[in-house]
Design a protein around this ligand. Structure first.
Ligand SMILES: [Fe+2]
Length: 291
């Protein structure tokens, strides 16, 4: 209930019901007093006194009730928040086991989360969304638990069915995380962290106008972390090479502004300063595929 009246400014915890009861009974009290003072006898004054006492008692009961309801609602909100945080901590532990299962280094998801938050802050996203981007980065690949381990660790080319199995993991992540209401704002980013700006990604083949900033940030951070750490099928490359590869894949694959923010975070010189670097030469095959 919105409290815009000046009375609510003075008494912020008093509800509309309390005030209605108070004002109407005070009115009756004043009327009774007026009648008593203009000719009514002692009985009239006694009636006024009784009404006054009832008024005070009623206001106090309603006020205490509203206070009690307010504190209960605060307790419920805090309990719900604590339950969600507990759920997230459980999921974070599951993600660590999932990383081991994938043959990845422990901590990759945490690094993706921190990088997502750094970029979100530099893009001046609201503080809450920056925090949510960290959680999204930590949990976005939890759906890989649904992919058979031999596929995750396969060092050779995936066949058709194996690749299809991989492409389903963003949807699986969303299904696992959907009960967490606090992640609603970034759930679309989790679903679309393997989309590419030209529509060549998965699972929905969305292009740039249809992708959220959350999805674009997650895509860049996910691929950067994948490239800069060893995987079963290839060795890690340097930060400079990874950023160069990301730049090479802009704007078809990734958001160029986000890639430049990442480059700045990683202290990679701007493109013009390293144009002569041999590492910037185009590579025959992009290495940005991640899962
Ligand atoms: Fe993924």
């Amino acid at each position: 209930m919105k409290k815009s009246n000046w009375l609510f400014t003075i008494l912020p915890d008093v509800t509309h019901t309390t005030l209605a009861v108070a004002l109407s009974t005070v009115g009756i009290l004043l009327l009774s007093l007026a009648l008593a003072l203009t000719g009514w006898n002692t009985v009239g004054m006694l009636i006024s006194l009784v009404i006054g006492l009832i008024t005070v008692r009623t206001v106090m009961v309603v006020y205490w009730s509203s206070q009690d309801m307010h504190s209960r609602s605060v307790e419920l909100i805090e309990s719900a928040r604590a339950a969600e945080e507990h759920y997230i901590s459980v999921l974070q532990r599951i993600v660590r086991f999932a990383e081991l299962r994938q043959g990845r280094d422990i901590g990759r998801s945490e690094r993706v989360g921190n990088l997502c938050e750094d970029i979100a802050r530099r893009m001046s996203l609201p503080k809450r969304q920056c925090h949510l981007m960290n959680l999204a980065g930590q949990l976005h690949d939890i759906g890989l638990l649904t992919v058979p381990e031999y596929i995750l660790k396969k060092s050779s080319q995936l066949n058709g069915n194996e690749f299809i199995s991989i492409t389903k993991h963003p949807e699986a992540s969303c299904e696992i995380l959907r009960p967490l209401a606090m992640l609603d704002e970034v759930l679309d980013g989790i679903r679309h962290h393997h989309e590419r700006l030209n529509g060549s990604g998965y699972p929905d083949g969305l292009n740039s106008p249809n992708l959220s900033v959350h999805a674009k940030i997650l895509a860049v951070c996910d691929v950067y972390e994948a490239m800069t750490h060893d995987r079963p099928h290839r060795r890690a490359i340097s930060s400079l090479d990874a950023v160069s590869e990301l730049r090479r894949c802009c704007p078809e694959g990734f958001d160029a502004d986000i890639v430049e923010i990442l480059a700045d975070i990683k202290h990679i010189p701007v493109l013009e300063e390293i144009m002569g670097d041999a590492q910037l030469k185009p590579k025959p095959e992009p290495v940005y595929a991640s899962n």
